[in-house]
Design a binder for this molecule. Structure first.
Ligand SMILES: [Zn+2]
Length: 105
């Protein structure tokens, strides 16, 4: 596992400088919400997520899940993942930034 860049500025929002990593030839977009660290394989429309505070060692234990679309809010601080094309099953997340007041440090 190679971390390709560490360019995500705190509180910059998800869309302003997303962090990526390369895993077995696939480029994964890494997004941190308060509860989870999300790994999106945009090319294959699938993602994994791990509790944000978990060690990355557990990465390969997290199952891939297919998704249909990934939409960011206008401010780039939250996103919604649609798991099916009709958008009937949605997951949403809010970004964990430096000024975040959540208790999950
Ligand atoms: Zn947070």
């Amino acid at each position: 596992m190679i971390l390709a860049s560490e360019t995500l500025a705190p509180d910059a929002g998800f869309t302003a400088g997303a962090r990526t990593m390369t895993l077995a030839g696939s480029v994964l977009e890494v997004l941190e919400s308060c509860a989870y660290r999300w790994f999106f394989d945009r090319e294959r429309s699938r993602f994994r997520r791990l509790p944000r505070t978990a060690a990355l060692d557990g990465f390969s234990d997290a199952p891939w899940r297919d998704y249909s679309s990934l939409e960011f809010s206008n401010d780039g601080n939250s996103f919604v993942v649609a798991l099916d094309p009709h958008g009937t099953r949605l997951l949403s997340a809010t970004g964990h930034g430096e000024g975040c007041t959540c208790t999950k440090l």
